[in-house]
Design a protein around this ligand. Sequence first.
Ligand SMILES: [Zn+2]
Length: 415
Amino acid sequence: MGDDRKQLNDWLDADRERLVEFFRGFLRCPSPNPPGDTTIAATYIGDFLRREGLDYRLIAPQKTMPNIVAAFDGAKRGKHLVLNGHIDVFPVGDGTGWTKDPWGGELIDGKIYGRGASDMKAGTSASIFTYTYLHRIRERLKGRLTLTAVSDEETFGPWGARYLVEHHPEVLGDCVLNGEPGSPYTIRFGEKGLLWLAFKIRTKGAHGAYTHYSESATKLAQKLIGDLEIVGEIEPTISDNIARSLDAAGGAADKAMGKGAAGIVSKVTLNIGVIEGGLKVNMVPFACRFEADIRLPLGVTKDQVMAEVSKVLKKYPQASVEEMNFQPPSYCPPEGVMVDIIQKNVEAQRGFRPTPIVSLGGTDARLWRYRDIPAYVYGPFPNGMGSHDEHVALEEYLHVVKVHVLSAFDYLMAG
Ligand SMILES: [Zn+2]
């Protein structure tokens, strides 16, 4: 076992340039979602695997959104680890704010730039190399390793990981390792959920001078939005070990997600992402529509939120609500074999132990947690994620790859 670990380390050290060039080439394969066409980027991964002599399946229920799935068995029975990462990335729009080519994969001052650098072509590269290296030593490995590089993640679409977990139970496994952005200081064991609601308000409407004649749909919306803040007071119900983890994770959560993050990890939050109403300045609006993005912490259910929303709506007979999207919060044990292993490997490399945390945003890892399969995320800082000049420090990328390779090995060998 010691020899194999040393071999993996040697490959990682010798391959520094190859690892970086693969990642940069991956960034030069545009895969913005929407529209979510990942064929170029998936072909890039497929070509790489083929050159390495590795078989894979292309599962594409939607032709332009292929998923790459590969698996092998070790020599002895053991656990089944699943590596998961997505291929699609946020769109770039008209490129406003970018000072680097979003599809250039440029390496400048030790940083690698491009749309999807942190979210999450670095992490997906880590999965691909983990699969490649461990395959080389499969005759001495225990268990089974599966690689899933998926499409359709950024829009919560149905054609990526969701399709796989629903139609291909062979990708479920015993544990999942994912390299979505977070921070080298944290291991994500849970994620907040989301409930997106669309509200519509209808009134008679009137000439702008005749305010006595009709209620204003926009003014009602303004009041209604104010009243909806009540959802922030819902108290979560969580078990002691999760509560202890959340308490212990405050500093690390702020470090990974920005100051103030720890304060809302356990709270229901309300964001009004879209609001539209009124036709003209001198008309009393007869319609207003807005979209609320409500985030649910661990231990809060959709029913609890909807009970509060219904109470509020009783005061607004002019308003109706419709559900747009719902993803429950997800979590798995904050302690356990994989957490220990990642902590040890990070400590050996960098001298600190990453803290298990719950994140504000969601990833495909939740789909496995919903099925009671522990899924952990260890990835780079989200520099420029969903914004401009997205990048990952070269050394941080190599660190994430190394932690994934060694942790996958340790997990499988632990049986
Ligand atoms: Zn992502």
